[in-house]
Design a protein around this ligand. Structure first.
Ligand code: WTA
Length: 656
């Protein structure tokens, strides 16, 4: 794996926002949590784990004898869905609303915990009737509708690990994930609403299964948009039809704490996405603990809204598992922030009286761009806590978020974590930590993190280094599906015995962590991880392309944007000319990436060049291409095999 030097830290500010005494007095988190965890870390986690319901209580907290493969609470047994749903009914809260579902067109629905239990039980019965059993993998390819939540919980209820694939991914991306996990069933919908339009979803599943390895025997289809869909008899089943006959009685299957709860694919430094494996007991423990303390959860009065799609880890941990294990009332929203108008999110907050809002820096910057008079039209006074995740938030956006959305009264939690960490790792505790805009600040009680230099030594204050996690944590990934060696190589080889996160960071004089961004070939576009080499492979798979190099260029709104440098094959130039020349070729290649991976991976720019800058050993120097993409003076070209290449590239681009 290649690692670049960590870049310069984000802008630093002197502002500190201490908690208000009103917030602190009623806060869930207490300063004593830090002391408690420092005194006995394992005891600390043991007590958090005992807040779950175990069908067989565990006796051992952590087994790390086979490091880096950790086992937490391993001799205990439990069911994730029981913990997220049934136990709230048993404690007398069946009538509490679990989900307020807001559809893009303004229609809505709500489900109490008792109703969620019925829906999930029906789906679990239907899946079992189709032959899905404990340990089978099930792919979920759905929009943000309540059935997506039910599908995940139904899988958890029978101990069938789910693999949720974001609804914006292409058929090819879906196929490779289905094949890698060996999924036996897919849960999808006929279509989804996006920006007022009904877009088909089922055809992508048909396409994916056509040419797949054939492990999928059944496809469960939720009717959302209506209209015609192609149908494979015996394989495809309408959910509303199976639902009618499915019983609302279902016994959750207790599994070992280390039983896989889900696989979630994420981009890595090579072309092939990694299937990150999370298990049951440790994951749920940390999901619930972080959700309760970081979001200051008051289950009986809060209305919580996390805007993430269930296709991402944030949707797993902070829409489904953390909130529901904690008996949260939450909003889920199907659509985009600007449909039918740019105040849609703020309208949703007003409609449901949302108290706690968790979103991303890129969304905040977009709202800033649209202007503060838009949120000003809505009553946001119900809000009491704000959060962000996905990338560092620039202090200017942080202050805007606090003032315009949070009315200068809501603390903001900037939460650092990853698909691999499963749950929040570094974040202020609201009511406890004085807040610094732009910094994720401190490891949560129970979590150990550090910033190291190249040699594995702790860095001096304000010096750039690499973010590492120094002790195993309950929600840590247990591996990469089917590839233990890649797990070790990716995370445990850069520094001995420490987890390498792939992020650059520094610590300031107070010990607060400032994350500076990825130091590997992973880009972060609108808070979504994209791999440079995955997009390069997609480009090279087009018959016109000889070579491609992709970089993430700084972008005001999306954090980074994808810029591709492409060399066309000389024997394809005739075709390119015949089909509308270079301008058309750029559009064709963008669309091709959309087809291969999904619209989110489409390069913002495709630059056609005749050369790529390479070292003598043939490695592409992306650093120099990034300079070009960001309109900077090109840096040191001494290590290039041919130092005139950069001139050639720039002259070529200037001439277009
Ligand atoms: C970045 C998302 C700075 C980081 C939960 C990490 C952040 C990657 C923050 C994981 C933050 C996430 N400050 N950077 N608060 N949160 N990141 O797997 O580069 O989609 O490695 O998980 O997002 O992205 P992933």
């Amino acid at each position: 794996m290649t690692t670049q030097n960590p870049s310069e830290p984000a802008e630093q500010t002197q502002d500190v926002y201490p908690p208000s005494s009103e917030f602190s007095t009623n806060a869930v988190a207490r300063p004593s949590l830090y002391e408690e965890a420092a005194a006995d870390r394992l005891k600390f986690w043991e007590l958090r784990a005992r807040l779950l319901n175990w069908s067989k209580p565990f006796t051992e907290v952590l087994d790390y004898s086979n490091a880096p493969f950790a086992r937490w609470f391993a001799d205990g047994r439990l069911n994730a869905c029981y913990n997220a749903v049934d136990r709230h009914i048993e404690s007398g809260h069946g009538d509490q609303v679990a989900l307020f579902a807001e559809y893009e067109d303004g229609a809505d629905a709500s489900y109490t915990y008792a109703q969620v239990k019925d829906e999930v039980s029906r789906m679990a019965n239907a899946l079992q009737d189709l032959g899905v059993t404990t340990g089978d993998r099930v792919a979920i390819y759905l929009p943000m509708i309540p059935e997506a939540v039910f599908a995940m919980l139904a899988c958890a209820r029978i101990g069938a690990p789910h693999s949720v694939v974001f609804g914006g991914f292409s058929a090819d991306a879906l196929r490779s994930r289905i094949d890698d996990a060996g999924a036996v069933a897919v849960i999808t919908a006929d279509g989804q609403f996006r920006r007022g339009k009904a877009l088909p979803l089922k055809p992508a599943v048909d396409d994916a299964l056509d040419g797949s390895q054939g492990t999928v025997k059944n496809v469960l289809v939720v009717k959302r948009t209506g209209g015609d869909v192609a149908w494979t008899d015996g394989r495809d089943h309408w959910w509303h039809e199976l639902r009618e006959d499915a019983s609302t009685e279902h016994e959750p299957v207790a599994v070992d704490a280390e039983h896989p709860l889900f696989i979630l694919y994420t981009s890595g430094t090579t072309g092939k996405p990694k299937g990150i494996v999370h298990t049951t007991g440790g994951y749920l423990t940390q999901a619930a603990y972080t959700h309760r303390n970081v979001f200051d959860l008051k289950p009986s009065s809060d209305v919580y809204w996390c805007t993430a799609d269930i296709g991402w880890i944030t949707g797993h941990t902070y829409v489904v598992y953390g909130p529901m294990v904690n008996r949260t009332t939450q909003v889920i929203y199907e659509g985009t922030p600007d449909t039918p108008h740019q105040g849609r999110w703020w309208e949703v907050i007003q409609k449901y009286g949302v108290t706690t809002f968790y979103s991303s820096p890129t969304a905040i910057r977009t709202a800033m761009k649209w202007g503060e008079d838009i949120p000003a039209k809505f009553d946001l006074s119900s809000l009491r806590l704000l959060g962000t995740v996905g990338e560092s938030i620039n202090p200017e956006a942080w202050r805007w978020y606090r003032r315009v959305i949070g009315g200068d009264r809501c603390p903001i939690v900037d939460t650092w974590w990853q698909t691999e960490t499963g749950a929040i790792m570094i974040s202020p505790l609201p009511g406890v930590t004085p807040l610094k805009p732009g910094s994720a600040q401190v490891p949560l009680p129970g979590i150990s993190a550090d910033v190291l230099d190249d040699n594995g030594e702790a860095v001096q204050p304000d010096e750039p280094g690499f973010l590492v996690l120094t002790d195993p944590w309950p929600a840590m990934l247990r591996g990469i599906w089917g590839d233990d060696q890649r797990f070790i190589d990716t995370y445990w080889s850069r520094f001995e015995n420490r987890y390498f996160a792939g992020d650059g960071a520094k610590k300031d004089a107070d010990g607060d962590v400032w994350v500076t961004g990825r130091v590997d070939d992973v880009m972060n576009v609108s808070g979504h991880r994209l791999s440079t080499s995955e997009i390069e492979s997609a480009l090279v798979s087009h018959p016109w392309v000889a070579e491609a190099a992709v970089v993430g260029a700084a972008d005001e709104t999306t954090g980074q944007s994808v810029v591709a440098f492409v060399i066309l094959r000389s024997d394809a130039l005739g075709d390119v000319e015949a089909e509308g020349g270079e301008e058309n070729a750029v559009q064709v290649l963008r669309a091709h990436v959309g087809q291969e991976i999904g619209p989110i991976a489409k390069p913002k720019k495709v630059l056609l060049v005749t050369e790529l800058p390479k070292t003598r050993s043939g490695k592409i120097m992306r650093r120099l291409l990034r300079d070009v993409a960001e309109n900077r003076e090109v840096g040191d070209t001494q290590t290039l095999a041919d130092s005139s290449v950069m001139d050639l590239i720039q002259r070529g681009l200037a001439g277009k």
